[in-house]
Design a protein around this ligand. Structure first.
Ligand code: HEM
Length: 508
């Protein structure tokens, strides 16, 4: 009979079709052939299992260790492989090898995710979505780890784990979200107002990973061949058109098909409908950075496009599905500290924390040699790091100390030339940057970008969450939104007072 199910539902059938003549016998992890897989080795049919049942021990021991720690955030996601093609010349800003020639191609892998849920969480829950790109270049790996939002809730790395605690499960009940914790945190940290407002707009629930933009969000720098540097931000404009889900449709899908986005991405690529995004950059000189009306290193704010227009650079296209989720997606690791000569960092406090945190969490999640896993490995590896668990590339007999006289790898003159020379001074101090103009850009979003009908839905979405926290916290949170727009504050206060029928589990 004709099997009309989607491609993602038929991967086992595909496997069987492609392996018709497979007569390989089963082996243990040691490669030893297994005579009978379905029965343990016992003393007679009623007797105990023997310790010498190496087949059983091989299987149970592996089974016990099947799971590795999931990502502490962004655990639920899906990925695909593809390429980046340069369409415009930006060598006046950067000497990075990926941008060197128009038409040149770099292989990439992109992983999309949601932030707060665990590996089995429904795809269509309201949240930001991750948009992480690994470029495998001749100068090593460049990981650009962004979201589908140009901003973020907090703007100093020291507040990130606290925000995530407030977003994750309550430590007593193991229930999430804990609306008290969420609204308490965001109301006490007003720099979150801009991102929180955006979360409740239609963009809080994309229709698909293919139907949303991507943003590097943090501020990076570009260095050109002459050693001159500029600050930059990265944008990825979705070529499929933006599409979002209504709250009720998202709720329905969360029950019906919790892996809705993963299925959609797999099927689109399988059917040759390859999603693509156009890469743009915004460029700011150090002089402009010194005088810009917003702190250009504060990722709770954007660089307004009218001040820093988008400059086209190239296109990413995804045209290949992974062949094994665990090997190629679960073990995939993006590390913000992986940049290539011509691209560097900025004083953005979130970025600075991230430079440390990704490698650190991956050394725990995948081990010290996780960068050698096939999906993460760079084309070239020449260094003096050695050994550790699960080494895949030993570097043979190359000298393991430096300096040396035996042709071991040397300093790279070009990489040194492309390091920005930034003068620094200031008093060492802890200066809270969470209270600088948190409302003017959120006002632009509310008044200029959103249309009337979307404003209405945004308020409904906010009220759905606000009604589930206690009144003191809800009113404090609404104060921040009243600073964005008095009428918005008034409508939220009014909506909060209205009697509505809440789900049975919610008591106020
Ligand atoms: C994943 C930390 C801010 C985007 C992660 C992971 C950690 C982390 C520990 C798990 C990585 C892994 O296990 O491989 C942080 C810290 C932040 C921060 C400490 C702030 C100081 C951000 C921001 C963005 C972002 C601002 C977006 C602009 C992502 C994405 C992933 C991720 C997309 C998933 C990567 C993947 O698909 O494997 N983050 N994060 N994070 N983060 Fe962040």
């Amino acid at each position: 009979t004709l099997d009309t199910r989607d491609a993602a539902s038929k991967v086992l059938l595909e496997y069987a079709k492609n392996h018709e003549k497979n007569d390989n016998s089963i082996t243990t992890d040691g490669g030893n052939p297994v005579g009978q897989k379905e029965a343990s080795l016992t003393v007679g049919s009623l007797g105990p299992i023997l310790l010498q049942d190496t087949v059983l021990i091989d299987e149970l021991a592996h089974f016990s260790r099947e799971r590795i720690p999931e990502r502490v955030v962004h655990a639920k996601g899906a990925a695909a492989f593809g390429k980046f093609i340069v369409t415009h010349d930006i060598t006046q800003y950067t000497d990075a090898c990926v941008f060197a020639t128009i038409g040149s191609e770099t292989s990439i892998v992109v992983r999309f995710s949601q932030v707060a849920g665990e590996r089995g969480y429904p795809d269509t829950y309201r949240d930001l979505r991750g948009f992480a790109i690994k470029f495998n270049t001749n100068d090593g790996i460049w990981d650009l780890v962004g979201n589908n939002s140009p901003i973020f809730f907090v703007n100093d790395a020291i507040n990130f784990p606290m925000f995530i605690h407030a977003l994750k499960r309550n430590p007593v009940t193991n229930v999430r979200p804990d609306y008290d914790a969420f609204w308490d945190f965001v109301s006490l940290r007003p720099e979150s107002t801009h991102q929180t407002l955006q979360l409740f707009t239609d963009r809080g629930i994309p229709a698909s990973y293919r139907k949303m933009h991507g943003y590097g969000a943090n501020t990076f720098s570009f260095i050109n061949a002459a050693g001159k540097f500029h600050y930059c931000k990265f944008h990825f404009k979705c070529q499929q058109g933006i599409e979002n889900l209504s709250q009720s449709e998202a709720d329905r899908l969360a029950g019906l098909d919790p892996d809705y986005y993963a299925r959609d991405l797999y099927n689109a690529i399988h059917n040759g409908d390859f999603p693509s995004w156009d890469m743009h950059v915004q460029i700011m000189t150090p002089e402009q950075a010194a005088t810009y009306s917003y702190n250009p290193f504060d990722n709770s704010k954007v660089w307004l496009h009218k001040d820093f227009p988008l400059i086209p650079v190239g296109r990413i296209t995804l045209d290949q599905n992974p062949t094994n989720y665990f090997a190629e997606v679960e073990q995939l690791a993006f590390d913000v500290s992986h940049v290539i000569p011509g691209i560097d960092f900025s004083p953005d406090r979130m970025l600075q924390g991230r430079i440390f945190n990704y490698g650190d969490t991956q050394r725990y999640r995948l081990g010290i040699n996780g960068t050698q896993l096939p999906v993460n490995e760079p084309f070239k590896l020449h260094n003096y790091n050695r050994d550790g668990q699960s080494i895949l590339k030993s570097q043979g007999g190359a000298p393991n100390y430096f300096p040396n006289s035996f042709r071991g790898p040397k300093n790279n003159i070009r990489a040194r030339a492309l390091q920005p020379k930034i003068p620094l001074n200031g008093l060492v101090d802890r200066i809270d940057n969470g209270f600088d103009d948190n409302y003017s850009q959120a006002s632009l979003l509310w008044r200029r970008v959103l249309k009337d009908d979307e404003r209405h839905r945004t308020i409904e979405n906010m009220l759905n969450w606000l009604r589930q926290t206690n009144r003191v916290i809800a009113l404090r949170a609404i104060e921040n939104f009243a600073n964005v727009d008095q009428a918005l504050g008034a409508r939220l206060r009014e909506g909060l007072d209205k009697q509505v029928k809440l789900p049975a589990h919610v008591s106020l």
